[in-house]
Ligand binder design. Structure first.
Ligand code: NAP
Length: 483
């Protein structure tokens, strides 16, 4: 199934054939495939972590946790499809006496077809070869061709071997899964007529280039890209008065975690002017060590990003140094500060993601200026509020709801739970779609609604048959029927 000897067109042709089998397979069969992949990854975790550590510098502890998260994710999707509400089965019985008469209509979500998945650099397991995009596409019956990330090629190949063998042993069809590498192959994959959707995690320029390719094809296809996110945090004066030191410690841990290479890193922190928070944060950050970065490309970009922020007027370095060689010595944390007025003057330069252990404090004079400057912040995956329990933050929460997919209270955005309610997505450039790439409803990206009108029972998917043979939740004549 990872047939390196096959050409791209042979791989996509095989995926098209496999799609017929995967679409017809039962939920129980596909759940079995996902569980088999999870078991195989767990069984080979030690070897995989060793390869991943040698390629990414992320450390064995973090990587071991990430394997567990990845296999937990595969098993969650197995439960999601077994539960059945992911099909969104809806039945409206015919009503010949209505004016005009109503036909029998039955709607369900069907697999979209073969999916291309672009692995992320920063999550070599959870957002890569066997990560959330792959798991959610396979779950709903879509074959997957993964474009390996150049930052962890050996790991990608070994993971793909394990995934392919597990799928084969569990009875999945040939062509359900393959791996390709190199930019040329990735670009061709997005343009291949057999591919019906793309999942992507990476940079704004890379994601945008591929998004434009996907949408300008003769047959445009959905491109589910997770591109860039600043993850604003707002701290009120009352919260700072109560627990400035504790907030500084929490922020320092969050923005330096994984050398700041998280899509949910808090990159902008809004605080009232005239507090001692910057000093508290400098104190909390001073002992955080430099850490190796994922790839040479990312290590080169980090000091460039720092220097461009530092070169702007009215920006102060609160902690750390801008002149560093992140490739040779690892990336060291840097905290900047500026005023909301300065951000309002030059939003494009100051509101740009800098991948690495850095964050920008933005001092606001009051709620009105805070609201004005938040209005300039681009779409984000997360937005966070730190306030006191007796403060009315409802207007602030309304504004943050408009700019992020997940709004947090008294916490830090790094760390994304994989469960039924998760929303990991947000307005552009956080994502190029309305969907989440993490959690149960991530499957929705790879499903296409179809309604059957006056269809004979024999041709209907079992989920739409009168007796509900699958025993799944459905909406029948407007009422939710659980079983
Ligand atoms: P990237 O450069 O966008 O690469 C992601 C994938 O897209 C890789 O497979 C890459 O191929 C491919 N690619 C990139 N540019 C392309 C183009 N013009 N045409 C065709 N394919 C292209 O992202 P990255 O390497 O992961 O990290 C670089 C930056 O991305 C970071 O500095 C950070 O700013 C951002 N990032 C953001 C997130 C997030 O979740 N928000 C996550 C990770 C990274 P190759 O691997 O073959 O080069």
């Amino acid at each position: 199934m990872t047939t390196a000897t096959l050409s791209l067109s042979e791989l996509t042709a095989a995926a098209t054939e496999a799609a017929k089998v995967t679409a017809a397979a039962s939920d129980a069969e596909r759940a079995g495939w996902l569980n088999a992949v999870a078991d195989a990854l767990d069984a080979n975790a030690a070897e995989l972590v060793e390869i991943a550590d040698s390629e990414t510098s992320l450390g064995a502890a973090r990587l071991t946790g990430e394997v567990a998260r990845t296999t937990g994710q595969l098993r969650l999707f197995a439960r999601v499809i077994t539960e059945g509400s992911y099909l969104e089965a809806v039945i409206d019985h015919a009503d010949p006496s209505a004016t005009p008469p109503k036909p029998d209509l039955r709607r369900i979500l069907r697999p979209i077809g073969p999916v291309a998945v672009f692995s992320a650099s920063n999550f070599p397991f959870a957002f890569s070869v066997a990560g959330g995009d792959t798991a959610s596409a396979l779950a709903v019956g879509c074959p997957v061709i993964v474009k390996a990330h150049s930052g962890h090629l050996r790991l990608s190949e070994r993971t793909a071997e394990i995934v392919a063998e597990a799928l084969r042993s569990a009875g999945a069809p040939e062509g359900i899964f393959a791996l390709v590498s190199g930019r040329e192959q990735g670009t061709a994959l997005v343009q291949d007529p057999a591919i019906k959707a793309v999942g992507f995690t990476g940079s704004i320029p890379g994601g945008r280039a591929l998004f434009d390719l996907a949408t300008s094809r003769p047959e445009p296809i959905p491109f589910y890209g997770e591109l860039g996110s600043l993850n604003p945090v707002v701290i009120t004066g009352a919260a700072l008065a109560e627990r400035s030191g504790q907030l500084a410690a929490g922020l320092a841990a969050s923005f330096t975690m994984g050398a700041g290479q998280f899509c949910t890193k808090p990159g902008l922190v809004f605080i009232p002017a005239g507090t001692s928070f910057a000093a508290d944060l400098a104190e909390a950050t001073k002992d955080k060590p430099a850490a190796g970065m994922l790839t040479d490309r990312i290590a080169e970009a980090y000091p460039d990003g720092l220097r461009s922020v530092a070169s702007l007027p009215d920006v102060a370095v609160v902690s750390g140094t801008v002149d560093q060689d992140a490739g040779a010595n690892g990336a060291a944390p840097v905290v900047f500060s500026t005023s909301a007025a300065n951000v309002l003057q030059r939003p494009d330069e100051l509101l740009e993601e800098c991948f690495g252990p850095t964050t920008l404090l933005i001092e606001y004079s009051g709620p009105e200026e805070l609201s004005q400057v938040l209005a300039k912040v681009p779409g984000s995956l997360t937005a966070t509020v730190h306030a006191q329990p007796d403060e009315d933050v409802s207007a602030l929460v309304d504004q943050l709801t408009g700019l992020a997919g997940r709004v947090l209270f008294d916490g830090w955005p790094t760390g994304v739970a994989v469960n039924w309610a998760q929303q990991h997505g947000g307005p552009y450039p956080a994502t190029t779609s309305l969907f989440t790439s993490v959690g149960a409803t991530a499957v929705r990206r790879f499903q296409r609604p179809v309604a059957y009108q006056d269809a004979p029972e024999a041709v209907l998917h079992p989920a739409l048959r009168e007796g509900n043979p699958l025993g799944i939740p459905r909406r029948v004549d407007g009422e939710l029927v659980l079983r």
